[in-house]
Design a protein around this ligand. Structure first.
Ligand SMILES: [Zn+2]
Length: 96
């Protein structure tokens, strides 16, 4: 059991709404889900700086996994893949 942060009454650990006061208590919902924003930043900046794609994409992916955001997951995975491709391409160009 946990307690509603608004009215203090006992609520089930997996409930999203407090039955006493009707307010949303889900912690997943309360956490800011910025995984889509992070994914877009990682995708765009990562096309030029692969390191950014890995770091920002990695953070975005962990946020997306926590909040179960499938769009965020796809964007961040795509960013990491694109960052890797850009890195390999740049590496191949430099080693010529
Ligand atoms: Zn409540």
């Amino acid at each position: 059991m946990k307690y509603c942060k608004y009215c203090g009454s006992e609520i089930y650990i997996d409930s999203e709404i407090c039955l006493n006061c009707g307010r949303r208590v889900s912690e997943i919902e309360a956490k800011a889900d910025n995984s889509v924003t992070l994914g877009l930043v990682a995708l765009i900046v990562g096309m030029f700086i692969p390191l950014v794609a890995w770091i920002v994409g990695g953070i975005g992916l962990s946020v997306a996994n926590r909040t179960n955001n499938s769009v965020g997951k796809k964007l961040n995975v795509a960013a990491i893949i694109i960052g890797t491709i850009v890195f390999l391409f740049a590496f191949a160009m430099l080693s010529q």
